[in-house]
Ligand binder design. Structure first.
Ligand code: 3HC
Ligand code: NAI
Length: 706
């Protein structure tokens, strides 16, 4: 178990191992323990040198993000105080770095006189990814050690860098392949001898930025940042702080860094990114499925259906080095599916992303087959056949009869009732939904759909498998469209209503893209295929005639304009070019369709467009939350951040609504409800919104659902 500080004496070297499970973050208790440990070692005449190391196989993940915006974050000793205690030590202090060394952890190491790292360690300053900049001197000490250009790469990249890449750089005095502690103690002992003979201790703060062309480097970086992050303040402020390292004395630069850090800390973008960080980790946890739930082994898999999704799903298993069977009804379809997988790998080899021998090794894990007997021993089977209940029922009846006991039976259905599918088997506890997003080998999101009979070990195993497949899994209950598509349907309905009322698809896409979405609803529909929505609407017209839709999208599909795949949708496309060009045919279609409506077209401004689209998501999200389809608001946010291109620096639709304030959201919905066109019931705020708004509550605060 981690204690905040373990002290050990090796000869005349005091080894201070700081810790706080699970990642040795530098919370208030750890900061205090480390500072007191350093002070005690300095005061101890039997100690000649100090080694600072982490616990649990890692140095530190940095400041404790959970403390941010709480008094504990500012409680003395702060990280600056910890580093000052180290820098003031007249005895050499050596950082012994293994595993992860990030953020404030690396900043502590930068304050040490010397640094030794294991080759396998990873060092980085990832603060930019949570909307911040390194705030404990990292922007001032790092450029002084490795230069402005390298520091920009580390600080703006935010990615952990393998220690071996810093071999020979002033950042690390030694990089070793084993016996880290031995190397650190030896270095500390040697340096203590040098101090005894009068040699001064080196400090990063005393260094000078040596780049000769700082202005040009910063100018170039600023241009890149402006283009890449127009709505996201952290990268530009990182550059401001790095510039201070090059142009200001150390203490002044440190004050600049502190001011900029403070500005970012209270920015909505950083709050949203920190929300996303914790939301992603929370999504992996299921309240009634404890970590101790026994798991089933998944060493082999089978995929039924070698179409768009089946082949993408199979690639996920191959990439994770899990052997996979691919089963089809006919040889032709099977051959086409296998060719699609081979083409994907060939493309990666061609782009230099994969070595030919690795592509071959992956392809060798694939077994195409037409036989259910061949796949009977697989640990998990994922069905990805046509979206037709009769066909799926037939497949699951066969799986029930042929698969070994204990195999997980998963379906990739996007709309059908998993309980009905499970009901055709004699083992409904083994049945689960795994809703991949297209392209399945690229998209990070996986909705794991928990049926009413799905057993806990099947759920826990599927969540673990998702991690092995490098997916971000979110658990959804059973409902039409699950979390993501159920919400996007309301968003699309609003988008189409707005075209009826006078906005153009271009105006709507532009407004929501300026808000930060990767793609507006019309470009997205063209990419996914307009026929998919058409198919769903046709079903709704029969099953739910009370739901109103604009018929414009149907008219578009009747013209065969299914989107990019037909070279024409809401926009026109040119062969080999994914750019959307405005389509005169669609302008004419809109004009003639509007003429049939009892509406006087009006200009709809960008604010109204964004509010109607985003609040459509929020209102449906609230219903999903109160029905228990999602177990926390942050799960809904993760679905939208990883599967639907919602701007990550806005934290997802529920976080965004919290940021606006639920009372204001409710008021806006009530105002939008006065619009005489569309669906009069659409803007009735979900009861949960009303309840939370009146109680000054928020979705993301605890207990939002109850
Ligand atoms: N503070 C608080 N909790 C943290 C944390 C941190 N810096 N880093 C990770 N955790 C928590 C996670 O929330 C998770 O908690 P949970 O078990 O309750 O869900 C647990 O540690 C394990 O984390 P992961 O599930 O992410 O474990 P992995 O092994 O996959 O990854 C990691 C470990 C690489 C350290 C990853 O968690 C990570 O990248 N952490 C964030 C690092 C970071 O952003 N550091 C900078 C902090 S800001 C800072 O230092 C400011 C300074 O400049 C002043
Ligand atoms: P697709 O039409 O590209 O592929 C379906 C494949 O299943 C075809 O190759 C067909 O030959 C095969 N097939 C049909 N009946 C079969 C049977 N009885 N046994 C074995 N193979 C059979 O369809 P797509 O797009 O791959 O969709 C598959 C499933 O994934 C559907 O349930 C769909 O709703 C779902 N889905 C689709 C997404 C998409 O964007 N295309 C996204 C998420 C889920």
């Amino acid at each position: 178990m981690a204690s905040n500080l373990l002290v050990e004496r090796l000869g005349a070297v005091a080894v201070l191992r700081f810790g706080a499970a699970p990642v040795n973050s530098l919370g208030a208790d750890t900061r205090r323990a480390l500072t007191e440990g350093v002070n005690a070692a300095v005061a101890d005449s039997a100690v000649a040198a100090i080694v600072i190391a982490g616990q649990n196989g890692l140095f530190s993940a940095g400041a404790d993000i959970k403390e941010f915006n709480t008094p504990a974050m500012f409680a003395a000793p702060t990280l600056h105080n910890v580093i000052t205690a180290i820098e003031n030590s007249p005895k050499p202090v050596v950082a012994a770095i293994e595993g992860t060394c990030l953020g404030g952890g690396l900043e502590v190491a930068l304050g040490c006189h010397y640094r030794v790292a294991l080759e396998s360690a990873k060092l980085g300053l990832p603060e930019v990814k949570i909307g911040l900049l390194p705030g404990a001197g990292g922007t001032q000490r790092l450029p002084r050690l490795i230069g402005v250009e390298n520091a920009i790469n580390v600080i703006l990249g935010g990615e952990p860098v393998p220690a071996k890449l810093f071999k020979g750089s002033p950042l690390l005095d030694a990089v070793v392949s084993d016996d880290l502690l031995g190397a650190a103690v030896k270095l500390a002992t040697d340096k203590a001898a040098e101090v005894a003979s009068g040699k001064p201790l080196p400090l990063a703060r005393n260094g000078r930025v040596r780049d000769s062309n700082v202005e040009a480097i910063l100018g170039f970086a600023r241009t890149m940042v402006k283009a890449q992050y127009p709505n996201y303040p952290a990268p530009a402020k990182c550059l401001d702080a790095i510039e201070a390292a090059a142009t200001q004395p150390f203490e002044t630069g440190l004050a600049t860094e502190r001011r900029l850090f403070g500005e970012l800390l209270i920015s909505p973008e950083s709050r949203a990114l920190r929300h996303a960080f914790f939301a992603e980790r929370a999504a992996a946890k299921i309240d009634d499925v404890p970590d101790s739930t026994p798991l089933r082994a998944v060493q082999s898999a089978a995929v039924i259906g070698a179409g768009t999704m089946g082949t993408g799903i199979a690639i996920n298993f191959l990439n994770a080095n899990i052997p996979v069977f691919l089963l089809e009804v006919g040889q032709d379809a099977l051959d086409k599916g296998v060719a699609r997988i081979q083409d994907t790998y060939a493309g990666q080899v061609k782009k230099g992303r994969l070595k030919p021998e690795d592509a071959q090794a992956k392809a060798a894990l694939l077994t195409p087959t037409l036989s259910y007997e061949a796949i009977a021993g697989a640990d998990i089977v994922i069905e990805a056949v046509f979206e037709d209940m009769a066909i799926k029922e037939k497949v699951f009846t066969t799986l029930d009869a042929t698969m070994k006991p204990g195999a997980i039976l998963a379906t990739n259905t996007s709309t059908l009732d998993i309980n009905t599918i499970a009901g055709v088997t004699k083992r409904p506890g083994d049945v689960i939904g795994t809703h991949f997003f297209s392209p399945a080998n690229v998209m990070r999101l996986l909705e794991v759909v928990r049926g009413s009979a799905t057993s806990k070990d099947v759920l826990a195993t599927t969540m673990k498998l998702a991690k092995a497949l490098k997916k971000t899994a979110v658990v959804s209950g059973v409902c039409d469209g699950f979390i993501g598509n159920r919400m996007i349907e309301q968003y699309s309905r609003q988008a189409f209503f707005m075209v009826d009322e006078g906005a153009s698809p271009e105006e709507i896409d532009a407004a929501v893209e300026a808000f930060g979405f990767a793609m507006g609803p019309f470009r997205m529909s063209d990419l996914a295929g307009n026929d998919i929505g058409w198919h769903i609407r046709k079903r709704r017209y029969v099953e739910h005639p009370e739901i109103t839709y604009s018929k414009l999208a149907d008219r578009l599909c009747e013209l065969g304009r299914f989107g990019q795949k037909t070279g024409a949708g809401w926009y026109d496309y040119k062969p080999g070019d994914r750019q959307a060009y405005s389509a005169p045919v669609v302008d004419e279609l809109i004009r003639s369709y509007r003429a049939t409506l009892p509406i006087k077209p009006r200009k709809i401004d960008a604010t109204e467009i964004v509010d109607r689209l985003v609040y459509a998501l929020v209102n449906e999200g609230a219903k999903i939350l109160e029905e228990g389809i999602a177990s926390r608001a942050s799960d809904i946010d993760i679905v939208y951040l990883t599967g639907y291109g919602f701007p990550v620096w806005r934290g997802g639709p529920m976080c965004y609504a919290d940021e606006v304030g639920l009372y204001a959201v409710m008021q806006r919905m009530e105002q939008l409800a006065r619009n005489p066109y569309g669906d009069p019931g659409f803007w009735t705020p979900a009861p949960l919104i009303r309840k939370l708004a009146l109680a000054s509550g928020s979705f993301t605060s605890a207990g939002a659902r109850s």
